[in-house]
Design a binder for this molecule. Structure first.
Ligand SMILES: *[C@@H]1O[C@H](CO)[C@@H](O)[C@H](O)[C@H]1NC(C)=O
Ligand SMILES: *[C@@H]1O[C@H](CO)[C@@H](O)[C@H](O)[C@H]1NC(C)=O
Ligand SMILES: *[C@@H]1O[C@H](CO)[C@@H](O)[C@H](O)[C@H]1NC(C)=O
Ligand SMILES: *[C@@H]1O[C@H](CO)[C@@H](O)[C@H](O)[C@H]1NC(C)=O
Ligand SMILES: *[C@@H]1O[C@H](CO)[C@@H](O)[C@H](O)[C@H]1NC(C)=O
Ligand SMILES: *[C@@H]1O[C@H](CO)[C@@H](O)[C@H](O)[C@H]1NC(C)=O
Ligand SMILES: *[C@@H]1O[C@H](CO)[C@@H](O)[C@H](O)[C@H]1NC(C)=O
Ligand SMILES: *[C@@H]1O[C@H](CO)[C@@H](O)[C@H](O)[C@H]1NC(C)=O
Ligand SMILES: *[C@@H]1O[C@H](CO)[C@@H](O)[C@H](O)[C@H]1NC(C)=O
Ligand SMILES: *[C@@H]1O[C@H](CO)[C@@H](O)[C@H](O)[C@H]1NC(C)=O
Length: 529
């Protein structure tokens, strides 16, 4: 199965099956699976032993960790220009109030101005892990509404679904093309009030509409149209949590809109704190009351913790703790589905060129290569996942890097994408695979928790046509519209748009895993459930 890390990340192989079994039911693992898992354990015994003997998960020993996770700085030089193309930090809501990396020209009139990132530590878990619910068969996801159809129809629908899932299992979701589909988008443009102005391109006056009728079509299969009702059934009584930068908020806004469009009563969908704007805060919780579940977003652009140290002379200085998870991490312990991302903020201009910025314990490195810091941070993240995520209960996804498309200049120097109305056709213009994602892949291979890697970098890179560009705001001041430096957003994505496809892939991944669960269940003697 090439659809996720199975093919490339050996740890995922057998574990995925047992993981799904226990995630959605109380089935005991089968012998074959145990054997498989056993093999995987042996493969990574070095890492496990290391974990067992490490004095603390936070204490990173450079020598040992680089033995386990090979030194990656070799790959960085070849792709030094990728960082220029990398998604810019702009409105990625920072998770800490005062940070030093205010992008240039940071003021209200420019899109890259900092947001009011007032922190809310209120933790609202309307859908606590309810073991009773989790273990009951009724709570099993994807329960087809059987009262809706006759047994005959049910039968044929079932076999159709079976065929579909079989085709998904053998399919590489990330290799394919964008095709026009008039039945898209998944929600009516301009109608979902959960989308921020920043992504509401049509409301902001974008005239062309072809860009949101494109559907991602893998070469070897067809992604099922995301059925919001079905997905909500899958997460009934559960928490689906996005953690990362504003591109993950982009994806979260897409998903909550898709889901909101499929509930019977939209009044039963609301933000837990009563929020109506989804940009300034560090945390949002969308409640789907009918389904007793939440779909949440935590702003944590580096995943690790933004910090502050005081110099000898009393000057305060921002740093980044590569050895600690972001401060919101305790709030998403126990979530049932986790979708992480990071990458866009790991650039020289945000991280002070790596000078006096990266910190581990009490050491602030005078200079540390950004890729090396990224590797250390992801290692911290991986250890956190291995420690706090129960793979029997939760699914973990990591969404890959989303490249931006500024042409004629950088994001803060007149870079533009507003005349793009078609995706890239010539693959020669696609960017090479970012070194940051190679680092990520290495870290994933060193983890014991199975993480499904949503490798969307390349498929997303085709879509130079789908950024907000100048349609990131409804109204510009006269001065702004005259400015040659009028900032365009060629990093984020219009909604409806590309993140809908990321969510369709997420959905397909979940369907495949659920089918593995059902297959295993079918072969079991009756009575175990
Ligand atoms: C990684 O390799 C580079 C040279 O290839 C070296 O300068 C650096 O110290 C190494 N880093 C670690 C953590 O081993
Ligand atoms: C990076 O881009 C600059 C300007 O486009 C070019 O001069 C330089 O050779 C590029 N470096 C690499 C490593 O591609
Ligand atoms: C943030 O900076 C402002 C001024 O730039 C200062 O007044 C405020 O106290 C700072 N807040 C924190 C939490 O450091
Ligand atoms: C805000 O940006 C505009 C144009 O980008 C500039 O003219 C103005 O001086 C800036 N204001 C502040 C307070 O930085
Ligand atoms: C930032 O948020 C705080 C609390 O939510 C609010 O009191 C303050 O006015 C906001 N500031 C801006 C500039 O929006
Ligand atoms: C947990 O599930 C049980 C049975 O389904 C229900 O009675 C109880 O109210 C639930 N608790 C919470 C906190 O949802
Ligand atoms: C199942 O279908 C019936 C009949 O169409 C409908 O009344 C009921 O609300 C549906 N239940 C769910 C959970 O969708
Ligand atoms: C949601 O949970 C509440 C109690 O927590 C329960 O009364 C209700 O039946 C649940 N609703 C659904 C649709 O499961
Ligand atoms: C304090 O030290 C920092 C460097 O450690 C220096 O940049 C800064 O100018 C110093 N400030 C004062 C008031 O001496
Ligand atoms: C992700 O996709 C890129 C091409 O876009 C490929 O080079 C890389 O090997 C893929 N990684 C995995 C783990 O499949």
């Amino acid at each position: 199965m090439a659809t996720d890390s199975v093919k490339h990340v050996p740890t995922f192989g057998g574990a995925a099956i047992s993981e799904m079994k226990s995630f959605f039911s109380a089935v005991k693992p089968r012998k074959t699976i145990i054997t498989f898992v056993y093999a995987f354990v042996i493969t990574f015994v070095a890492f496990t032993v290391y974990l067992a003997f490490a004095p603390s998960l936070i204490t990173v020993s450079n020598s040992v960790s680089s033995y386990i996770l090979p030194n990656v700085s070799a790959v960085t030089s070849a792709s030094s220009n990728i960082t220029l193309q990398a998604t810019t930090p702009e409105s990625l809501t920072p998770a800490v109030i005062n940070t030093t990396f205010e992008p240039p020209l940071g003021n209200e009139t420019n899109p890259f101005s900092r947001n009011n990132a007032s922190r809310s530590h209120a933790s609202v878990h309307l859908c606590p892990n309810n073991n009773t619910a989790r273990n009951s068969d009724k709570q099993a996801p994807l329960s087809v509404n059987s009262s809706a159809s006759s047994p005959m129809r049910k039968q044929s629908r079932k076999s159709g679904a079976k065929r579909e899932i079989k085709s998904l299992k053998d399919c590489d979701f990330f290799e394919g093309e964008w095709v026009k589909d008039e039945s898209y988008p998944l929600y009516k443009p301009g109608t979902c009030n959960l989308i921020d102005e920043q992504f509401s391109c049509l409301t902001n006056g974008r005239p062309d509409v072809e860009f949101y009728k494109l559907k991602w079509k893998p070469k070897e299969c067809t992604l099922p149209r995301l059925n919001g009702g079905k997905l909500l059934e899958m997460i009934r009584g559960r928490r689906l949590v996005f953690v990362g930068d504003s591109l993950n908020r982009n994806m979260w806004e897409s998903l909550v809109c898709i889901l909101k469009g499929s509930v019977k009563d939209e009044r039963q969908v609301f933000e837990a704190h009563g929020r109506h704007q989804f940009r300034p805060e560090a945390e949002y919780t969308l409640v789907f009351k009918e389904y007793n579940c939440t779909v949440e977003f935590f702003a944590s652009p580096f995943l690790v913790r933004e910090w502050e140290v005081t110099d000898k002379n009393g000057t305060k200085k921002e740093t980044l703790r590569l050895d600690m998870m972001g401060s919101s991490s305790k709030q998403y312990i126990g979530a049932d589905v986790l979708v992480f991302n990071t990458g866009a903020w790991w650039t020289d201009d945000i991280t002070s060129k790596g000078e006096d910025y990266f910190q581990e314990r009490s050491t602030v490195y005078p200079k540390l290569n950004v890729d090396e810091a990224f590797r250390k941070a992801l290692t911290t993240w991986g250890r956190w996942v291995d420690k706090y995520v129960n793979p029997k209960k939760s699914l973990v996804f990591f969404r890959g890097f989303s490249l931006s498309h500024f042409s004629g200049g950088r994001w803060n120097a007149g870079g533009a994408c507003d005349d793009e109305t078609e995706p890239i056709k010539n693959e020669a213009y696609l960017m090479p695979y970012p070194s940051k994602m190679e680092i990520l892949e290495r870290v994933l291979r060193g983890m014991k928790t199975p993480v499904t890697y949503l490798n969307i970098t390349r498929l997303t890179d085709y879509r130079k046509d789908a950024h907000p560009s100048v349609y990131r705001k409804q109204k510009f001041t006269a001065e702004e519209s005259k400015s040659p430096l009028l900032h365009q957003d060629c990093s984020h994505w219009c909604l409806p748009g590309v993140p809908d496809s990321w969510n369709e892939i997420l959905y397909a991944e979940m369907l495949v895993k659920l089918d593995q669960l059902r297959g295993n269940r079918r072969r079991k003697p009756k009575g175990l459930l």
